[in-house]
Design a protein around this ligand. Structure first.
Ligand SMILES: Nc1ncnc2c1ncn2[C@@H]1O[C@H](COP(=O)(O)OP(=O)(O)O)[C@@H](O)[C@H]1O
Ligand SMILES: [Mg+2]
Length: 257
């Protein structure tokens, strides 16, 4: 059975998608079977993995709001063991459609993703920047959550609200949900501010914070426009090294449980 992880933070632009696709790519290049599920209507995980058909029939939308089996909604990527369930334009209306469901609408994804669970070691859910029904579905389907936090002022703003949602999902919908880890992203070693903010985040999350810090690195920002994870775009850049380190730390954590 796959370990299912949601990449979530209701703030946009904090590195959720970058962390989701690059950690997935690093694991897959080690031979792990990984599925990235793009739950953001903006579709950045899909385009970042080289998939650009916004009208695709195969999509997380078809699984959540249609009758498509999760296994049929999966497409290949440049890495053989890395698969993608793409986003599509229609996903923008999914929250409204799911809100019409009367019984157990928070558990739709959890039910559907279990169809694919045996085919993967890890399933990564890339969440939209909100705490709506898509994110609640992701949290309800997950074993753990990884929270990317950008090292800037107000980094913790909103995080407490999100942790409250996590607590409620754990209490009422998914008792196994845990914070798997917190990743500090977009770190600028030249800025004192980054250091101060990372200290503050460590005070709040303690040992949950991964030791690996993701630096601000232009290669990480460029790679998605080529539809590639950073390790395929520039294997030796700082971004590739950081996500490879994070992959090792993540595996250590997962295997020591
Ligand atoms: N470590 C990094 N260094 C440089 N650019 C980054 C880094 N992480 C993310 N970015 C860029 O910042 C923007 C927001 O990142 P993204 O992962 O899409 O955030 P989110 O999914 O939380 O909205 C994107 O353009 C992305 O390419
Ligand atoms: Mg994103």
């Amino acid at each position: 059975m796959a370990k299912i992880i949601a990449f979530s933070n209701q703030k946009g632009g904090v590195g959720k998608t970058t962390t989701c696709i690059n950690l997935a790519a690093c694991l897959a290049s080690d031979g792990y079977k990984v599925l990235v599920v793009d739950l953001d209507p903006q579709g950045n995980a899909s385009s970042g993995l080289g998939f650009s058909d916004r009208k695709s029939e195969k999509s997380s939308y078809s699984v959540l709001c249609g009758s498509m089996n999760a296994n049929d909604a999966v497409v290949d990527t440049d890495i053989p063991t890395l698969k993608l369930m793409p986003s599509c334009m229609d996903l923008a209306g999914a929250e409204l459609e799911m809100a019409q469901v009367v019984i157990a609408r928070e558990k739709i994804l959890s039910e559907k993703i279990s169809e694919a669970s045996d085919n993967f070691d890890f399933i990564f859910l890339d969440c939209p920047p909100s705490l709506g029904l898509l994110t609640v579905n992701a949290l309800t389907a997950s074993d753990g959550i990884i929270v990317p936090i950008q090292c800037e002022y107000y980094a913790l703003e909103g995080v407490t609200q999100m942790m409250n949602t996590v607590m409620l999902v754990k209490k009422y919908l998914n008792p196994k949900l845990e914070v798997e880890g917190v990743v500090l992203t977009l770190y600028d070693s030249r800025a004192n501010l980054s250091q101060q903010v990372s200290e503050e985040i460590k005070k709040y999350f303690c040992e949950k914070v991964f030791k690996t810090i993701i630096p601000r690195n232009v290669r990480l920002a460029e790679a998605p426009s080529f539809g590639k994870p950073v390790i395929l775009y520039d294997k030796h850049c700082l971004g590739s090294k950081a996500y490879t380190d994070l992959k090792n730390e993540f595996l250590n954590r997962v295997n020591n449980k």
